[in-house]
Write a protein that binds this ligand. Sequence first.
Ligand code: F6P
Length: 358
Amino acid sequence: MRIGVVTGGGDCPGLNAVIRSVAKAAARRSWETIGIIGGYDGLLAPGNYRSLDYQALSGLLVRGGTILGTANQGQFTAKVGHGEHRQLPVELLARVKDGMAELGLSALVTIGGDGSLSIAQQFYEYGIPIVGVPKTIDNDLEGTLWTFGFDSAVACATDAIDRLHTTAESHRRVMVLEVMGRYAGWIALYAGVAGGADVILIPEIPFHYDRICTAIQEREKRGRHFSIVVVAEGARECDGEFITAASAPNSREARLGGIGGVVARQIEAKLNKETRVCVLGHLQRGGTPTSFDRALCSIFGAHAVELIAAKDFGTMVAFQGTQITAIPISEAVGRLKTVSPEGAFARTARALGICLGD
Ligand code: F6P
């Protein structure tokens, strides 16, 4: 039996670790695994792929990015706007099915976030045997407590906060760190708490500048002449708009970015206190996965192979509490898992005296 593995959407630490795990677990069953190059396009005839034999897997556990390449635009784009999904033309689905037959593939493992998994769901409904592995640094997929890549992104952002702390303290400045996460505040909240931020702004809790300024002034009164503000790229002022880095063509999701600079300028103007901004950007997506992510990727990949063996198609591997399980892909896509403003973690932040901007 021959299976294929494909990576889609933005890259993230751990993609290669999942590829390795899938190929190793498949080899134990004497199945051959091939890697589809460049996202779903590689499935179309004549096919673009590479062998994932034992030799090809060497060093993959720790390697960032994806050896298969990826695509988050083109004919297999499902996400066109905030929460909107596009239906693929049936001719394209037919070409994928034919391409897979030509490649001799009995099943496909897709490693992706909301966009790639929405496509996977359409493949499944068209009769293509497929299972999913949840990937995104944003951790915004429903049905799984963790997506792989999130822990690595949080580690990167926490390290950045640690570094900003020392320079903020030395210069008695406010340092604003903008992190990724799209419309979910998981990275900002986890890294902010882990790094001891004073203010954390997330999309789920629209903020007021006077609350942020009061929090910084109160620190001043206590003799703390510096502050760290972590801002999720999707954070926005109460009644304000999302700040976008570039105007997106209609066919693509908006690119968020820039709110960190806006917040920094406002704080500086309102408090007359020197303020700097640091935008962490794609550093959060690069480099080697953390040990937690390496383990999670290994678990996810091996479990995906078990799902194929059980012919449990149309499902996505999920991490729920202490259990690795599978849920229908349809339950994971189409709506985002966002931070609950009254949930345990937001309450923890408040209990620690962190200002959430409201
Ligand atoms: O979804 C992952 C993510 O890194 C988001 O956090 C961010 O908004 C987006 O992708 C950036 O995408 P691009 O790689 O197109 O700049």
